[in-house]
Design a protein around this ligand. Structure first.
Ligand SMILES: [Zn+2]
Length: 115
């Protein structure tokens, strides 16, 4: 389950970005996750709870939020940006297939709120 190592990576990243007294005040962590990042939001939240309980109890009052964003493609023929639904990589305007993904690979810490 690679979500566990992802969660550990998130905590290591926060340790690099924040001072210890700030870490103790983190109220919520919001992630931005695209469908192509190969991360399951439910598994990620379960992994977060498990890591907090067993290794990172100082984050026991921290909430994880996952902002799931859609896949966007940009058509190389007409320039239109379309939302990909049901993994149909087709331009909404001209109907041509496009693999020119401009959003959907993200796996980012979008926002950290301190209390
Ligand atoms: Zn098009």
């Amino acid at each position: 389950m690679h979500e566990i190592s992802l969660v550990r990576t998130i905590f290591r990243t926060l340790e690099e970005q924040f001072q210890p007294e700030e870490l103790a005040r983190i109220e919520s962590i919001q992630l931005k996750v695209g469908p192509l990042a190969n991360v399951d939001a439910i598994l990620l939240k379960n992994a977060f709870d498990a890591v907090v309980e067993q290794e990172e109890t100082r984050f026991s009052a921290t909430q994880l939020m996952v902002n799931e964003i859609p896949i966007l493609i940009e058509c190389t023929a007409c320039g239109q940006t379309s939302t990909v639904e049901n993994y149909r990589f087709v331009c909404a305007q001209c109907g041509l297939p496009s693999a020119n993904v401009v959003q959907g690979n993200e796996l980012l810490i979008e926002r950290v709120s301190l209390r």
